[in-house]
Design a protein around this ligand. Structure first.
Ligand code: FES
Length: 131
């Protein structure tokens, strides 16, 4: 996890300030396709990851199951997998279960907290999800 501030208690998601404002998270090059990394912005722990097509995603660094940092997980295609118990989340933060070839995906109500994310001028920015 990059140290951009005091990590504090990992269970504390910090204060993302003005939820309508865009905030810089990191340089675009800091997160490559198929990778997840942790950053701290304004005291908030964030998991920043890229799907298999290079799309960038900024989420709270906290699994909705038991709060384990998602930044310690791994990316496979368009899914981010929590390292603790293997829950998988699609790019919308929805937990999915891969079942069989005839019913390949089952969506579960558990969701990761997903923030708006975009890249500009070589940087990744996020706008906090409504709290
Ligand atoms: S804490 Fe993430 S799957 Fe259990």
């Amino acid at each position: 996890m990059d140290d951009l501030g005091d990590l504090g208690d990992l269970g504390d998601l910090g204060d993302l300030g003005d939820r309508g404002a865009w905030q810089r998270v990191c340089e675009s090059a800091a997160v490559v396709a198929g990778e997840v990394r942790g950053f701290v912005v304004g005291g908030a722990c964030l998991a920043v990851w890229r799907d298999g097509e290079g799309g960038v995603h900024v989420w709270d660094d906290r699994c909705p199951h038991r709060g384990v940092p998602l930044s310690e997980g791994f990316v496979s295609g368009g899914l981010l997998t929590c390292p603790a118990h293997g829950w998988r989340f699609d790019v919308n933060g929805e937990q999915i279960r891969l079942i069989t070839s005839s019913t390949p995906v089952c969506r579960d109500p558990s969701r990761a907290v997903v923030h708006e994310a975009e890249e500009r001028d070589g940087n990744i920015f996020m706008r906090a999800a409504p709290g």
